[in-house]
Design a protein around this ligand. Structure first.
Ligand SMILES: Nc1ncnc2c1ncn2[C@@H]1O[C@H](COP(=O)(O)OP(=O)(O)O)[C@@H](O)[C@H]1O
Ligand SMILES: [Mg+2]
Ligand SMILES: [Zn+2]
Length: 282
């Protein structure tokens, strides 16, 4: 991390740092108006949390909204790759500017700031949450309808501290049928209530296959654990995503925005309902 731009992540002697110590919000914050911050969480890694973050951002963008993605999964950042981004965020006196995808989604990830994006980042909770806080506070997000946050996996301390460093207004839980999904859903609900944040819905990933020959749906695990736990808590099931080889191909190629079976696209009603729910006071 010796690139010049990184001064925004640690230079305590900068004029902006001085402003901050006097209690004024950082300039980047003054230039950012984000209507909704939506966090995406999961019980563990590898269940498709980043994928769901990306698909949701794409759908919100296609519905005409101004959308950003904050990659808060510092230890496993995969958002830039899914969108095929490798440019450096530009820095200015105001802060760092997000990198924009082809369809106009504004992305910020620590990976975009690292010299070697493939190096693993092994940090502890407090350090992680500080970094995420900076990715929020010192980035010129501009006017956004929604900022979708890819949270670190798990339902314990790390995602909790990260969430506390961001004004998350609503949460989406991602689970897969192989997990103890019911437990994850319950833990996520408990965590959300501790933070006074609403759970907007559950997304189940890798639930089924679609036969390439006849198009028939093949259920893989036959488990309704996650959805049942969600429904019992009054949480809507937003989508069930099949195992689709095209999804992994597009993720690898950085072309996730062009996935044609995006389950959130064309779901105006679902997005509106989610929207209203996140905006509901109390
Ligand atoms: N429904 C799916 N069909 C095919 N591949 C998937 C699916 N969901 C996730 N993947 C692949 O699995 C990998 C892990 O997904 P990711 O969203 O990065 O998980 P997480 O963020 O929860 O760790 C990715 O490389 C992605 O391409
Ligand atoms: Mg991920
Ligand atoms: Zn078939």
């Amino acid at each position: 991390m010796d690139h010049g731009d990184n001064k925004h992540l640690n230079n305590r002697d900068s004029p902006r740092a001085a402003t901050k110590e006097q209690g004024a919000p950082p300039l980047a914050q003054q230039m950012s108006h984000v209507k909704q911050v939506i966090g995406v969480m999961s019980g563990k890694g590898g269940v498709g949390k980043s994928l769901v973050t990306a698909l949701l951002a794409v759908a919100l963008r296609r519905s005409g909204r101004a959308v950003g993605v904050l990659d808060a999964d510092i230890t496993g950042p995969s958002i830039p790759k899914m969108f095929g981004l490798d440019g450096r965020p530009e820095g200015s006196e105001m802060g760092l500017f997000p990198v924009t995808t082809e369809t106009g989604i504004r992305v910020m990830s620590l990976n975009l700031l690292l010299d070697h994006p493939d190096d693993p980042v092994i940090w502890r909770g407090p350090l992680l949450s500080n970094t995420v806080k900076q990715l929020w506070e010192e980035v010129v997000w501009g006017d956004l309808d929604a900022l979708v946050v890819d949270l670190p996996p798990g339902t314990s301390d790390v995602p909790l501290t990260v969430m506390q460093s961001l004004p998350v207004g609503g949460l989406i839980i991602v689970c897969s049928p192989q997990e103890l999904a019911a437990m994850i859903v319950r833990k996520a609900i408990r965590m959300a209530s501790m933070l006074n944040v609403r759970v907007l819905g559950l997304v189940e990933n890798m639930t089924h296959l679609v036969c390439p020959h006849c198009g028939k749906r093949i259920d893989l695990f036959g488990s309704e654990q996650g959805p049942n736990a969600a429904r019992a808590a009054g949480i809507p099931v937003l989508a069930s995503i099949p195992v689709d080889p095209e999804l992994s191909t597009l993720c690898d190629r950085g072309e996730i925005a062009s996935y044609e079976r995006n389950p959130f696209v064309g779901q105006a009603q679902m997005l509106e309902r989610m929207w209203a729910e996140a905006a509901r006071p109390g």
